[in-house]
Ligand binder design. Structure first.
Ligand code: NAD
Ligand code: IPM
Ligand code: MN
Length: 363
């Protein structure tokens, strides 16, 4: 298959982990006879510096003609005091909104080789396999907002339509997973949550094979730590999903392990690690590229329908971790400490080794 991938490295460790993911995608193309064309664009602080906009028109156009987008991360102290329109984060919100990427999938899966790096007891972290389905283009992030010197407000608005489509995504995913949806809200306080709950209740009739439970966000934050295995699909509004996913990420050992897909219903998607630009480690070559590499695997699965290729990447990542290769963030899991590039090359070697053993099997 021939595909065009727009690559937006962004800021801080964004370019470091994106380079790793592109390297893996190039190997996949070679091994499975695909043609991936990469077109590079600016976003975030890098785009502000070069073009005075966090999401320039050139970037929107390049992404619009691509089949999918791979993004690193945006932000950093250099731009933290910029006016809101000239903040790197604004570029991320703009690209999500521009392409209508309302569904953000954030899978959290415990890795056996990394259990000792999890802040949870190993027996709690073991076997965790949940998917956070975060609404991405509504809620507090996009509601009317304003400030004066002494007042400020943000508004949390959701329409029935916006809730329906994300809830449907969650039900569809649960159907092919373990058949359970936990809808997370704050319905004891927020009107928007009461509408959210009502829509979930209406929708569930169409999915008799899926069990639904409602959970308030505060106790959900607790239960993610005390009983994370109780969750299958977690569906929630934009900001709750943002917070809960960073919390859940460390069950895997590090925020640097968590990939994400931001999709709509036609296959186009934006793929990016859940983590940010890591200003404290940027430029040192030590960032964990797993989240970016696994985001590339999600691209192959959700945008290109390349399940075998996606699974090959995920398996290679597992094997490299089982072999004891670690980036610095996973030091607690023991093993050998490698740089971003060295660790990526281990994944590449592993993918090559798998290819060789398949050739032997099928020859
Ligand atoms: P962060 O995710 O950048 O970093 C949090 C901590 O996790 C840091 O200690 C960092 O070193 C570590 N970390 C993150 N990714 C890692 C990786 N791949 N390997 C090893 N360690 C990793 O969050 P922050 O420090 O709160 O935010 C920094 C900047 O990133 C801010 O400007 C923020 O707005 C931005 N941000 C961007 C995105 C995005 O582009 N998607 C997401 C979150 C934060
Ligand atoms: C994320 C980030 C972004 C968000 C920021 C940088 C706008 O934290 O992708 O999780 O809050 O959505
Ligand atoms: Mn976040």
């Amino acid at each position: 298959m021939e595909k065009t991938i727009a690559v937006l490295p962004g800021d801080g460790i964004g370019p470091e982990v994106t380079r790793a993911a592109v390297k893996v995608l190039k190997l996949i193309a070679r091994r499975y006879q695909h043609e991936f064309n990469f077109s590079y664009g600016l976003i975030g602080g890098a785009a502000i510096d070069a073009l005075d906009s966090p999401f320039p028109k050139e970037t929107a156009d390049a992404c619009g003609t691509a089949d999918a987008v791979l993004l690193g991360a945006v932000g950093g102290p250099k731009w933290d005091n910029n006016p809101s329109e000239l903040r790197p984060e604004k570029g991320l919100l703009a690209i999500r909104k521009h392409f209508g990427l309302f569904a953000n999938l954030r899978p959290v899966k415990a890795v056996p080789a990394l259990l000792s790096a999890s802040p949870l007891k190993e027996e709690k972290a073991a076997g965790v396999d949940l998917m956070i389905v975060r609404e991405l283009t509504g809620g507090l992030y996009f509601g009317e907002k304003a400030r004066t010197a002494d007042d400020a407000y943000d508004t949390l608005v959701y329409s029935r339509e916006e809730i329906s489509r994300i809830v449907e995504q969650a039900f569809e995913l649960a159907r092919v997973r373990r058949g359970k949806v936990t809808s997370v809200d704050k319905a004891n306080v927020l009107e928007s949550s009461r509408l959210w709950r009502e829509v979930v209740e209406e929708k569930k009739a169409a999915y008799p094979d899926v069990t639904v439970e409602h959970q308030l966000v505060d106790s959900c934050a607790m239960k993610l730590i005390t009983d994370p295995s109780a969750f299958d699909v977690v569906v929630t509004e934009n900001m709750f999903g943002d917070i809960l996913s960073d919390e859940a990420s460390v069950i895997t050992g590090s925020l640097g392990m968590l990939p994400s897909a931001s999709i709509r219903t036609d296959g186009f998607g934006l793929y990016e690690p859940v983590h940010g630009s890591g200003p404290d480690i940027a430029g040192k070559g030590i960032a964990n590229p797993a989240a970016a590499i696994l985001s590339a695997a999600m691209m192959l699965r959700y945008s290109f329908g390349m399940e075998t290729e996606a699974a090959a990447i995920e398996e290679a990542v597992q094997t490299v971790l089982e072999d004891g290769c670690r980036t610095a963030d996973l030091a607690e899991a023991g093993g050998r400490s490698l740089t971003t590039e060295e660790w990526t090359d281990k994944v590449i070697e592993q993918l090559d080794a798998e290819a060789v053993s398949e050739d032997i099997m099928f020859s």
